[in-house]
Design a protein around this ligand. Structure first.
Ligand code: FMN
Length: 180
């Protein structure tokens, strides 16, 4: 089994695409094949000490799922299944996708929901990311002046995705025992 679990929710596939970009950089022993949370079970999450979790923000600053008008279930429906999960001893890094031009008042808000969910259950979230290079009015995902995870905007800044990923993976490398 790989050391690091990689889980994502998505509506139109961009968050899956980023998961594949992450996976491509590492071997089989290091990172598992990305898994859509609409196919995941609590046991899939429980077996990893190290997790990378990705989500877009949809609806009005919401996690993907049926109430955000997604076609399929996603994080909204999966998190309740993890309600009593124990994240203590787990190290978690988050990445979020959003659209800072279309949704400047709720840019990447959903990433904060994942963050709080993990922290409330004892998990350690690493990989806070600077806000420089983005233009937005408000984001729930900014805590103490930084995003709680990697901020990606494939709608407006897709050309920056690879370099942001590289820098972020370096940032979390020590916590995840990664060679980058
Ligand atoms: C209906 C709709 C609502 C959205 N709401 C937000 C939002 O509140 N905040 C944000 O940052 N991005 C928002 N977005 C942008 C998406 O997060 C962005 O397009 C993302 O890349 C989609 O990822 P996916 O392809 O994995 O579903 C919204 C997009 C759509 C279509």
């Amino acid at each position: 089994m790989a050391r690091i679990g990689l889980f994502f929710g998505t509506n139109t596939g961009k968050t899956r695409k980023v998961a594949k970009m992450i996976k491509k950089r590492f071997d089989e022993e290091t990172i598992a094949d990305p898994m859509n949370v609409n196919k995941a079970t609590p046991d899939d999450i429980a077996k990893y000490q190290f997790l990378i979790l990705g989500t877009p923000t949809l609806g009005e600053g919401e996690l993907p799922g049926l109430s955000a008008d997604c076609e399929n279930e996603s994080w909204e429906e999966f998190l309740p299944q993890l309600e009593s999960a124990d994240f203590s001893g787990k190290t978690v890094a988050l990445y979020g996708l959003g659209d800072q031009v279309g949704y400047p008042d709720e840019f990447l808000d959903a990433m904060k929901e994942l963050h709080d969910f993990v922290v409330e259950r004892g998990g350690k979230v690493v990989g806070a990311w600077p806000t420089e290079g983005y233009e937005f009015e408000h984001s729930e995902a900014v805590v103490d002046g930084k995003f709680v995870g990697l901020a990606l905007d494939l709608d407006n800044q897709s050309n920056l995705t690879e370099e942001r990923l590289s820098a972020w993976l370096k940032l979390i490398a020590a916590d995840f025992d990664l060679t980058v």
